[in-house]
Design a protein around this ligand. Structure first.
Ligand code: ATP
Ligand code: MG
Ligand code: MG
Length: 550
């Protein structure tokens, strides 16, 4: 593998280290536990962990759990599983909710210094007074409330004396600031809702802006990396850090989010796909979640490599999904044992092969890597080939099997199609072929050239399996970008194809999730967790070539 390409964040850290500004680099990955991680999160994970690792520091996994309305323990569990599966070890498992008491003290500190006040207006009034990009905001009638009175009200808010929305705590910054985030932002709200970790201990919760930077400081994070939509929040991040007695001085740096074509990378939209039943769950193999693409058959290496390869910048772009698939192909091409499988079986009888006999032919597990060894594959009189490897009325350039034509059976010999058997409806149901014994490996005709080679399995020995093929989840490159139509209207109705009558080479049916194969000429396949001893189920992780590129 090539060295990691550098980026503006890494370059900045290199300079800071040279200037002696830091002893170690500490980063955090801060998911809100309100859904599963997706490939966008993977970009952030790889960036945070690899910077800390390179410069001898560490990374915390911090759950940003300040909004009890949507957060659940099952999401915490799934996030931990996914980060670990990607191959990263966090130093500390942290929760913003562990800092609620400290954050409350910090809020009192602002109040006592005349830097925060309790506002009794409702959310609509506050929003209206915020002004616009061209108009300054209007100060709240409560802006000059006496700090002692604010302190008393804030404590009574915490004690549960008031209904949701009765009061909020606002930082007192500048109602005329060009940056609207500095126009006295709300930093605490009343919310009578039990929290997954703190239960009913709290009925006031800090805003994202108030919790995030202070949590960074408490954990001695040096570089707080986030996506570009928080760029406008940085002045507020810095203002809070400067005006609070925090134990460290973290710095926020923003980078552009990952966007991929033909999918959506937003928990809100992915939640809808799950809740409204468009997919089977968060781990549906068509989902761009870590759990989904893991089940589909993507490897941690391919995802990490992809995240490094796309780089880190400040400009938004949409990366082709094919770039991720290319990384998987590169990874699995090197490592996946080769096997034969037939997706849509067509019976083929070798008329000059003795009935009831099994011949064991030698097959390489990897054509370029002899270290991966060989195996014996059963060859019998009755075989299955891929239905679309035969054409009755074949065009000139069709080099697979046609009436009277010849083709080589992979790992075996050359056969000729002598007869085509059809059912009453005219469907081809069986091919009767003869093989040329001289063209077996080691025989004088072994090198005889025919244009096509096809895969096959023994009808007697192969195992019936269900195979699931996946296509793009959406029909348009940027489903979330359509302002007129709901993104779900762009779902691809053919994104899943289930083949119930596939046949796989004997031996592959015992594979379990985590293993992978190349079914020759068809792609890379992995056992799905639905696999049972009675019924193997395989997912196609990716085809052999990029079939998306038009
Ligand atoms: P979503 O918009 O999907 O809900 P989020 O940003 O609200 O995502 P968080 O759980 O708050 O989700 O994100 C955790 C971290 O992952 C944040 O630092 C966030 O900036 C980062 N992140 C989220 N989506 C992307 C993305 N598409 N590309 C890069 N980083 C991302
Ligand atoms: Mg969020
Ligand atoms: Mg978001």
């Amino acid at each position: 593998t090539t060295a990691a390409p550098t980026n503006f964040i890494r370059n900045r850290i290199l300079k800071e280290l040279e200037a002696g500004q830091y002893d170690e680099i500490v980063t955090r990955f801060p998911p809100e536990p309100n859904g599963y991680l997706h490939l966008g999160h993977a970009k952030s994970i790889v960036l945070n962990f690899s910077l800390a690792e390179e410069f001898g520091g560490y990374t915390n996994l911090r759950f940003d759990d300040t909004n009890p309305a949507k957060e659940e323990q099952r999401y915490v569990d799934a996030i931990k599983e996914d980060v670990a599966w990607l191959g990263f070890d966090w130093q500390n498992e942290c929760y913003a909710s562990d800092y609620f008491e400290t954050l409350f003290e910090y809020a009192l500190h602002l109040i006592d210094n005349g830097l925060a006040y309790i506002d009794g207006q409702d959310a609509d009034a506050i929003r209206e007074q915020r002004g616009t990009l061209t108009e300054p905001g209007t100060p709240s009638p409560d802006r000059d409330r006496d700090p002692a009175e604010s302190r008393d009200l804030f404590k009574r808010m915490r004690a549960g004396e008031f209904e949701d929305g009765a009061f909020v705590l606002r930082a007192k910054i500048d109602m005329a600031a060009p940056n609207i985030n500095l126009r006295d932002p709300v930093i605490y709200r009343i919310r009578h809702k039990a929290h997954p970790r703190t239960g009913t201990a709290w009925c006031i919760y800090p805003s994202y802006d108030f919790a995030h930077g202070q949590s960074d400081a408490i954990e001695h994070i040096t570089h707080s990396l986030c996506t570009l939509e928080f760029e406008d929040h940085r002045p507020l991040y810095d203002w809070l850090i400067e005006h609070l007695p925090v134990p460290a001085r973290p710095h926020q740096i923003e980078f552009s989010r990952l966007n991929l074509d033909f999918t959506v990378l937003s928990k809100r939209r992915l939640t809808r796909l799950v809740d409204e039943g468009y997919v089977s769950g968060w781990d549906d193999p068509r989902m761009p979640t870590i759990a989904g693409i893991r089940r589909r058959g993507f490897t941690p290496d391919s995802i990490r490599h992809f995240c490094t390869e796309i780089g880190v910048t400040k400009s938004e772009s949409i990366i082709p999904f094919g770039a991720l698939e290319r990384n998987l192909r590169d990874d699995l091409n090197a490592r996946a044992p080769r096997r034969m499988g037939v997706l849509r079986p067509l019976k083929l009888v070798l008329t000059n092969f003795p009935e009831g006999e099994t011949e064991w032919v030698q097959a390489a597990n990897h054509p370029q890597n002899p270290d991966m060894g060989t195996r014996k594959v059963a060859l019998t009189r009755e075989l299955y080939i891929e239905a679309d490897d035969f054409m009755e009325e074949a065009p000139k350039k069709f080099f697979r099997l046609k009436p009277g034509g010849e083709v080589r059976l992979r790992n075996a010999f050359i056969i000729q199609c002598d007869e085509v058997i059809k059912d009453e409806a005219g469907n081809v149901v069986e091919l009767r072929c003869s093989f040329d014994p001289d063209t077996r490996s080691g025989q004088p005709g072994a090198d005889r050239k025919v244009k096509g080679t096809i895969h096959w399995v023994s009808a007697e020995h192969a195992v019936k399996a269900e195979v699931r093929l996946y296509d793009r989840l959406f029909n348009v490159p940027h489903p979330a970008g359509d302002k007129e139509r709901d993104f779900v209207e762009h779902l691809n109705p053919d994104s899943l194809e289930v083949l119930e009558d596939a046949r796989i080479e004997a031996g592959t049916e015992t594979a379990r999730p985590g293993e992978f194969f190349q079914f020759e000429r068809l792609g890379y396949f992995v056992p799905d967790p639905d696999t049972t001893t009675e019924k193997p189920v395989f997912n196609r992780a990716v085809t052999l070539r990029d079939t998306w590129a038009k």
